[in-house]
Design a protein around this ligand. Structure first.
Ligand code: AMP
Length: 213
């Protein structure tokens, strides 16, 4: 099974992606994670992406398509893949179609997590992330067992530099502009399933399971 998972910043996409990955044995490919890795490693791509990500702007299509191309070359996705945060624009969706044909990875479904913007803001302001393993918490909804520390590796949790109101508004503006094109692309291919992303993580996950099964 090969899935594309669409959803705005803080829609719960990362959390749900981990659950899908665990249950269905998929490998999660997240452009946000790959870009953050490039920034940490200070690669040439990371140096270009860093200021754009800090401002909540999209990284140019050719660079993002390039990192997906590189990721596909690792050849470990034959058992199923979940694309998280990609594609985010029309040209990225078209490029992904071509890359998937070349790699014999046909798409099974495109899930779009739908959450109102007021809820997204509340979620972003309470979000804390682990800088080493990428685990995500929420101060109220999903706090870590020990305050301020990651449950998995004990690292001190941080607020991502793009997790504030101003940057979120910027990210959502880009999302509002581009994502309808991506959704239209997959609706035309009869692959799109819209899922209500409001409620507790397990409730949302049950909706996702119903669609996948
Ligand atoms: P995310 O972790 O998915 O919220 O992504 C964090 C940031 O990485 C975004 O705000 C963008 O700056 C950048 N990014 C991630 N995926 C893409 C993409 N598919 N196209 C362009 N920029 C992206």
């Amino acid at each position: 099974m090969n899935l594309v998972f669409l959803g705005a910043a803080a829609s719960g996409k990362g959390t749900q992606a981990k659950k899908i990955e665990a249950e269905f044995g998929l490998v999660q490919v997240s452009t946000g994670d790959l870009l953050r890795e490039a920034v940490r490693a200070e690669t040439p791509l990371g140096r270009i992406a860093d200021p754009l990500m800090k401002q909540g702007n999209l990284v140019p299509d050719d660079l993002v398509i390039g990192i997906i191309e590189e990721r596909l070359k690792q050849g470990d996705l034959g058992g199923g893949v979940l694309f998280d945060g990609f594609p985010r624009t029309g040209p990225q969706a078209i490029a992904l179609d071509e890359m998937l044909i070349r790699n014999a990875l046909p798409l099974t479904k495109v899930l779009s997590l739908e959450v109102p913007e007021s809820v997204l803001l509340e979620r972003v302001l309470g979000r804390r992330s682990c800088p080493t393993c990428g685990a995500v918490y929420h101060l109220k909804a999903a706090p870590p067992k020990r305050e301020g520390l990651c449950d998995h590796d004990g690292a001190a949790l941080v607020v991502r530099s793009d997790d504030n109101e101003e940057k979120l508004k910027n990210r959502l503006a880009g999302f509002r502009l581009e994502i309808p094109k991506v959704k239209a692309h997959y609706a035309a291919a009869k692959l799109l399933a819209e899922i209500d992303g409001q409620g507790a993580p397990d409730v949302v996950y049950a909706r996702i399971q119903a669609v996948i099964r």
